[in-house]
Design a protein around this ligand. Structure first.
Ligand code: PLP
Length: 430
């Protein structure tokens, strides 16, 4: 009884909060961001202040039980409860991310995995079932394939999320969510979010979409997703200098993550530090420029690489299996994303290509991750998808020689193309 009561009150506080309620869900993402009331710094600074407090004082001690019971919040005569619950700076970043994704609310976590695991744990109880795409980030795959069954008894059926019949057939009465990546890591497949949303709605379950690879390029919630998760570590952070995550969803769902009894963000504590939140908030305004720059450079390199007859995959190329779908779903102003893959044919050839690109041509760095201003390259099967055994890699079409390139925008196009072309020729790929 107490759980329900407290949970509802926290939701009421979030829903009635004027900061969140000013977000216009239907707007274009950058218009929604621009329409947000700006949060000025404490002394009138153009940037918001960092609330560096883990705890919050009350003038009258009788207010504290009211705050813990969920009856009083910052805008209803109380104040914030504790830094692991809501923090004003992190809360403000959440508002920006909600505007970006077109959801009613959002909140941040210490990492993308913190956000993803919180969502799955919030939706599933012991013995429940998940339907997930078979081509997802290796850490998420391990969470669903290994961690959840061992720790909670939650089982996952992995399916080809581009095969809508297979997705619908995998849903059982125990299924609690459908989980996909908008653009899959590392195979860059685009999922049909409106169609998956209809399947999920028919089954009465939420569609959860990881939009880490395509912020702004795709807006899953505007296309029908119920919950959008992000690793802020990637494009949104943009400088490979921090780790963070976010959940964008209804105010009710975000409130449930903070429940004092069973809210995974509150109880498991993957809390975002307010200094990280303030730093990320300063990068959101130029995310549109950065996404467009990543997309322009990746498209040009993919086109020129394809023209050499090298097996390159990029969703902006007409040959890509999901190109037509992507054209229908994407926002036209931000290109086709900043990632491409080259199949070098074998792991040895992939390693040789990456070594040459980094050490002889200064084209980029051999490193995992993406969204950095310089190009990052990794061989997925032996790095960020290495959690997956051989059969799962094969089903997901992640070949041993697949090189994932997260294309940066530093240098000139001609300079970078000269470097890439030389490496492709010297490693006999072209
Ligand atoms: N989602 C995707 C698509 C990723 O590629 C990653 C990490 O590579 C994550 C989630 C996890 O994010 P984080 O490293 O911030 O926990």
């Amino acid at each position: 009884m107490l759980i329900v009561h407290n949970y509802q009150r926290i939701n009421e506080f979030i829903s009635s909060n004027s900061l969140w309620s000013c977000i216009m869900i239907a707007l274009d993402p950058i218009e929604a961001l621009a329409n947000l009331r700006h949060e000025f710094g404490e002394h009138g600074g153009v940037n918001m202040s960092i609330e560096a407090s883990s705890t919050f004082t009350v003038v009258d001690s009788t207010t504290m039980p009211e705050i813990f019971a969920g009856r009083k919040g910052p805008e209803t005569g109380g104040c914030y409860l504790y830094g692991r619950h809501f923090n004003p700076t992190v809360y403000n970043l959440g508002r920006q991310l909600a505007a970006l994704e077109g959801t009613e609310a959002a909140y941040c976590s210490a990492s993308g995995m913190g956000a993803i695991s919180a969502v799955i744990l919030a939706l599933c109880n012991s013995g429940d079932h998940v339907v997930a795409s078979n081509t997802i980030y290796g850490g998420t795959w391990a969470l669903l394939n290994d961690f959840m069954p061992a720790k909670t008894g939650v089982q996952t059926s992995f399916v080809d999320s581009t095969d809508l019949e297979a997705v619908a057939a995998a849903i059982t009465p125990q299924t609690r969510l459908l989980y996909v990546e908008s653009m899959s890591n590392p195979t860059l497949r685009i999922v049909n979010i409106p169609a998956l949303s209809r399947i999920a709605k028919d089954a009465g379950i939420p569609l959860v979409v990881d939009n880490t690879f395509a912020p702004l390029v795709l807006s899953p919630a505007r296309l029908g997703a119920d919950i959008v998760v992000h690793s802020l570590t990637k494009f949104i952070g943009g400088a490979s200098d921090l780790i963070g995550g976010a959940v964008c969803a209804s105010a009710d769902f975000i409130g449930s993550l903070m429940d004092l009894h069973i809210g995974p963000l509150m109880i498991l504590g993957p809390t975002m530090d307010p200094t990280v939140a303030a730093s990320v908030a300063l990068r959101i305004p130029h995310l549109p420029l950065r996404m467009a720059a990543h997309g322009d450079r990746a498209l040009a390199l993919a086109q020129r690489t394809a023209a050499l007859g090298v097996p390159v995959s990029y969703p902006g190329l007409p040959e890509h299996p999901d190109h037509a779908l992507f054209e229908r779903l994407r926002h036209p102003d931000y290109g086709y994303g900043g990632l491409l893959t080259i199949d070098a044919g074998s792991e040895a050839k992939a390693m040789a290509l990456m070594n040459t690109l980094q050490n002889e041509h200064q084209f980029g760095y051999v490193a995992v991750s993406l969204g950095y201003f310089d190009t990052l390259m990794s061989c997925s099967a032996s790095s960020t998808s290495s959690e997956m055994p051989e059969d799962a890699l094969a089903t997901a079409a992640i070949s041993r020689g697949l090189v994932r390139m997260a294309v940066g925008y530093t240098g000139s196009l001609e300079q970078r193309w000269t470097q890439l072309e030389a490496a492709l020729r010297s490693t006999a790929l072209a």
